[in-house]
Design a protein. Structure first.
Length: 141
């Protein structure tokens, strides 16, 4: 008796062991259950594929790329301190959660901005419930 047999209760499988385990012949083949399982897996796969495709259709966040988007947004008023985080007063056009940790916030600049750094919000127009810019001319395409 080998130490493996004493510890585990069966002989170890050897790499040169050519006997492959097979199902006993008296085991009934359940083709109906196998087909039902395959059909259920196909339904789940198709559902997941449709959901992923639908989610990817609306992936665009309105910015050409995340790296080119604004690094810091306008100054917003702090409404309350919640533990170590802060609740901000955000406009409805910003679709993010209104509670931020302090490392994501910074003090508003006290130096007046340079010309052209501030965009005039009165130039925004409302189209289908979204705020958009009105284009006067296209300079190059």
């Amino acid at each position: 008796m080998s130490p493996f047999m004493i510890e585990r209760g069966y002989e170890p499988r050897m790499s040169f062991d050519w006997d492959t385990p097979t199902a006993p012949r008296d085991h009934p083949i359940k083709r109906g259950e196998a087909r039902a399982l395959v059909q259920r897996k196909e339904e789940v796969w198709n559902f997941a594929q449709e959901e992923i495709e639908a989610a990817q259709r609306y992936w665009n966040l309105g910015q050409p790329s995340r790296k080119l988007s604004d690094q810091w947004a306008d100054p917003y008023r702090i409404l309350a301190r919640i533990g170590h985080a802060y609740r901000l007063e955000l406009p409805s056009s910003i679709k993010v959660h209104h509670i931020f940790p302090p490392d994501k916030l910074r003090h508003a600049p006290t130096v007046p901005p340079l010309p052209g750094q501030i965009t005039d919000p009165s130039l925004l127009i409302e189209v289908d419930g979204h705020q958009e810019w009105e284009v006067e001319t296209i300079l190059a395409s």
